[in-house]
Structures are given as C-alpha cells and as structure tokens.
Design a protein around this ligand. Structure first.
Ligand code: SF4
Length: 87
C-alpha cells in the first residue's frame, strides 16, 4: 500500500503527523508530506532528499505496521487530502 497527500487541500494542522509520525512530516511551507522512514525501510526516503514532490509524485510506501495509523490519519484528516492506494 502507498500513500500521498494533495497539498492543495492540506490545512497544515498536523493531525496526520500526530497519528503517524513515521509516515507524515511538515516542510517549511507549513504543509505536510509523506516519507519512507529509515526505521521501516532501511533508509530515510524524502524522494529527492531535499524537496519531497507534492501530490501523487510524492507517493510513499506504507510500512506493514503503519497501515492502521495511516488509515486513521486519512479518516481524521480535515482536508480529506490523504490518499491511500492499494497495489
Ligand atoms: S491531517 Fe490532512 S489537512 Fe491535516 S496536516 Fe495532515 S494532510 Fe494536512
């Protein structure tokens, strides 16, 4: 499973990071992005290492132990902008 955020709809409240900090993080623009953390995938992956692409281009794999919290984040997200894709 993979997850991405539509930053055009993100309110920047940070709820997703509170629920699943291993998957969601904030950037300097005040919006939230997805990542593949080192603890889950062996190496931190912010995609190009500097600027994580927005939208579907910034799609990250969800670790098996993070699926429940990512689903909860998507359900609670006030912007309704967290999208989960099943492979
Ligand atoms: S919960 Fe949704 S609206 Fe809030 S910061 Fe995360 S992606 Fe943005």
């Amino acid at each position: 499973m993979k997850v991405w955020i539509d930053q055009d709809l993100c309110t920047g409240d940070g709820l997703c990071e509170e629920i699943a900090p291993e998957v969601f993080f904030a950037r300097d623009d005040g919006l939230f992005y997805v990542k593949e953390s080192a603890g889950n995938f062996g190496a931190e992956k912010l995609f190009d290492g500097i600027a994580n692409p927005a939208g579907a281009e910034g799609m990250a794999r969800i670790p098996d132990n993070g699926i429940e919290s990512v689903i909860e984040s998507a359900e609670e997200c006030p912007g309704e902008c967290i999208f989960i894709e099943v492979e």
